[in-house]
Write a protein that binds this ligand. Sequence first.
Ligand SMILES: [Zn+2]
Ligand SMILES: [Zn+2]
Length: 193
Amino acid sequence: MVRIYLVPLTATGFLEYVDTISSLVEDSFTSAGVRLETYNWPEVVKPSLKCYDWGRMQYIASCVVEELYKKTSTLDPEGYSLGVGMLDAYEPGLNFVFGLAVPAKKTAAVFTKRLREEYYGKPARYDLYVERVAKEVTHELGHLLGLQHCGDRKCVMSFSNNVVEVDYKSRFFCEKCAVALKTMASHYMSRTK
Ligand SMILES: [Zn+2]
Ligand SMILES: [Zn+2]
């Protein structure tokens, strides 16, 4: 069993849907033969303004992940932490990122502002939003467990540049990624109790 801590980075945009999202994510991993145990972090862990770029009005993704790591890693060194917030973030060289995973720190974050239909001037669609967040959370957890990007556009590990690509991919791992994931998860489990 792989332990995952889901941490809200903002008071809205995740907490309302956390149970639906975690069951979708668990289902994606179960379909690949890997059992996840997800826990909801009991409080909002807001990124500090140190991580905010006022010029771009975006958070710096790696700074958010580093802060999250410092705040959550002491509880369970063998567990993985994944923050989700309705924020916009970037990494140097990229206009924006939907998420970022730092496997060496067992910590990742997903930024959902651009996963909302409202961002593109369209009416809100909560079903679509929840599905997109679940895909990106599954994707970043895949990275945390050691997966790279996948060339199969339907695979959840394919890289998405925009929401059209997020919608095109499924929330499931392709055969190849599922096999790799199972191997990596069994290594993880042999190291932990
Ligand atoms: Zn990725
Ligand atoms: Zn794949």
